[in-house]
Design a binder for this molecule. Structure first.
Ligand code: NAD
Length: 297
């Protein structure tokens, strides 16, 4: 199969590499010439623009772009995919964007005759490199079945979440909960330690009791409790605060449009926004514990 890939950044670059490694013929485009060259060196062909790629003989186009604005531009603009692409070409957007934009772009694609799926991922850059991403996929079941093998070349856990937009719904709901649970664990750990508990003993109690969650037993924010997680290496690597802040913005905006209350999601968004404004945007999101414990932690 000949696949077109647009958006070769921290996530898209390694994902495209894994498609090449799986034997797919690949044509790529990115605004960054360096990013394109990186894939050409590994065997991909380069397109000079979005429309050159979309008008070629690709059978499937995958996009991995920063945010909704770029997704709209790449699909809907005069020099975008839908302006030139043949109707039978399948489209997958793996960017993390708001569900309503995903549904709008999918509707435009479908009315143009193109099957479209939203397929945001979790697993971070490590998962993109290792080919172990989780894909949350929205769109028709038959289209999902048709591209499953391609997604399996980049991920390990592929979940069909329902119709168009539902992949993004799953992604923003999960990440909003993750942000809230991380803040809860940070708050509880810091309270317990300030009252005299050993952090490891406290985490052990939580992790065998009803407070247990992924943020406590796999990614504990308290330094030294779990080896190898960002909290034990000064919050470097992992999932950046600013990326979490972006996802919380998508969740609270979707909630606003839906008139659905997200009290804790909105509070989490404000806490991460404050933390980012204090200059911590590049730290792993578990560093939010510094809001409770101070800079010396
Ligand atoms: P990135 O900024 O590293 O890469 C985005 C790429 O898109 C860049 O190379 C940029 O040049 C390119 N681009 C932007 N506009 C373009 C256009 N009009 N035409 C062609 N190329 C264009 O971002 P990333 O970290 O790879 O993230 C991509 C998406 O994946 C985002 O939506 C992000 O929220 C999501 N995501 C990221 C992570 C992560 O850990 N980085 C994890 C899960 C999901």
């Amino acid at each position: 199969m000949h696949i077109g890939f647009i958006g070769l950044g921290n996530m898209g670059g390694p994902m495209a590499h894994n498609l090449l490694a799986a034997g797919y013929r690949l044509t790529v485009f990115d605004l960054s010439a360096d990013a394109v060259q990186g894939l050409v060196a590994k065997g991909a062909a380069a397109a000079g623009s979005v429309t050159e790629l979309a008008a070629s003989d690709v059978e499937l186009i995958i996009t991995m772009l920063p945010a909704s604005a770029q997704v709209r531009e790449v699909y809907l603009a005069d020099a975008g995919i839908l302006a030139v692409v043949a109707p039978e070409v399948r489209l997958i957007d793996s960017s993390t964007i708001d569900p309503l934009t995903a549904r709008e772009v999918a509707a435009a694609a479908i009315s143009h005759g193109n099957a479209m799926l939203d397929a945001p991922v979790s697993g971070g850059t490590g998962g993109a490199q290792a080919g172990t991403l989780t894909f949350m996929v929205g769109g028709a079941a038959t289209d999902y079945d048709a591209v499953l093998e391609v997604l399996q070349a980049m991920g390990r856990n592929i979940v069909h979440c329902g119709p168009a937009g539902n992949g993004q719904v799953a992604k923003v709901a999960n990440n909003m909960l993750l942000a809230i649970s991380m803040i809860g664990v940070a708050e509880a750990m810091n309270l317990g330690v300030s009252l005299g508990m050993d952090p490891g003993v406290l985490a052990g109690v939580i992790n065998t009791s009803s407070g247990r969650c992924w943020s406590s037993d796999t990614y504990n924010p308290y330094p030294g409790v779990i080896e190898g997680v960002p909290a034990s290496r000064n919050y470097t690597g992992g999932f950046g605060t600013d990326l979490m802040l972006k996802d919380l913005g998508l969740a609270t905006e979707a909630a606003r449009q839906q008139k659905q209350p997200v009290m804790l999601g909105a509070l989490a968004q404000q806490l991460y926004q404050t933390f980012s404004s204090q200059g911590h945007g590049s730290l792993d999101f578990s560093a939010i514990i510094k809001m409770y414990s101070g800079e010396d932690k």
